[in-house]
Design a protein around this ligand. Structure first.
Ligand code: AR6
Length: 180
């Protein structure tokens, strides 16, 4: 599934985020940048030890990542040049700001990608794993945030890839794109 907005493609697909041939891979991190589980652990494993070391150095210098901010590290052995780490919200059904917090993570990742001068970026379904955000809703929030950002930043990125780990996740991204 693919939509084109000006010169920017927004693509939904199934696959392994760590294998994407893009400039920037977005990590669904925690604020400590301790990449112990989920897609973060997969990225850390595929990138090699330099990624966790760079993440530790980032936290030592800046303190824990704030929600709505991004930390940029090199990508070690990944095909990508950079990893942009953002922390999505832990989903809390008692709160009414889950979507705004998730959208802020997306914006932070896209801003950091643009600031780096890179033009292609791949996202996982941030918050939709260990952080418990219902995946169909998380993917809608992610897609809306991406499309709004792309509309506000024409010509800045060539491709935004939304990578579901399985066909179900890719279908959620695809539906969210189609329904826009
Ligand atoms: N490629 C693409 N998607 C993946 C991959 C992969 N290799 N592996 C998992 N996913 P999660 P969160 C999907 O839990 O909910 C970590 O421990 C997965 O199926 O990685 O934001 C961090 O360090 C799900 O749909 O991220 C934090 O502590 C999506 O990626 C915490 O988990 C996100 O799941 C963050 O939790």
């Amino acid at each position: 599934m693919e939509l084109v907005f000006g010169t920017t493609r927004v693509v939904a697909l199934a696959g392994d985020l760590t294998a994407q041939a893009v400039d920037v891979v977005v990590n669904a991190a925690n604020v400590e940048l301790r990449h112990g589980g989920g897609v973060a652990a997969a990225i850390a494993r595929a990138a090699g030890p330099s990624l966790q070391a760079a993440s530790d150095a980032w936290v030592a210098e800046h303190g824990p990542l704030r929600e709505g901010d991004a930390a940029v590290t090199d990508a070690g052995a990944l095909t990508a040049d950079l990893v942009v780490h953002v922390a999505g919200p832990v989903y809390d059904p008692e709160r009414d700001d889950n979507a705004a917090r998730l959208a802020a993570a997306v914006v932070a990742a896209l801003d950091a990608t643009a600031d780096s001068g890179r033009r292609t970026v791949a996202f996982p379904a941030i918050s939709a794993g260990i952080y418990g955000y219902p995946r169909d809703r998380a993917t809608r929030v992610l897609v809306t945030a991406v499309i709004d950002w792309v509309a506000a930043h024409p010509g800045v990125l060539d491709e935004v890839r939304l990578v579901g780990f399985d066909d179900g996740a890719a279908a959620d991204f695809g539906r969210a794109l189609t329904d826009r």
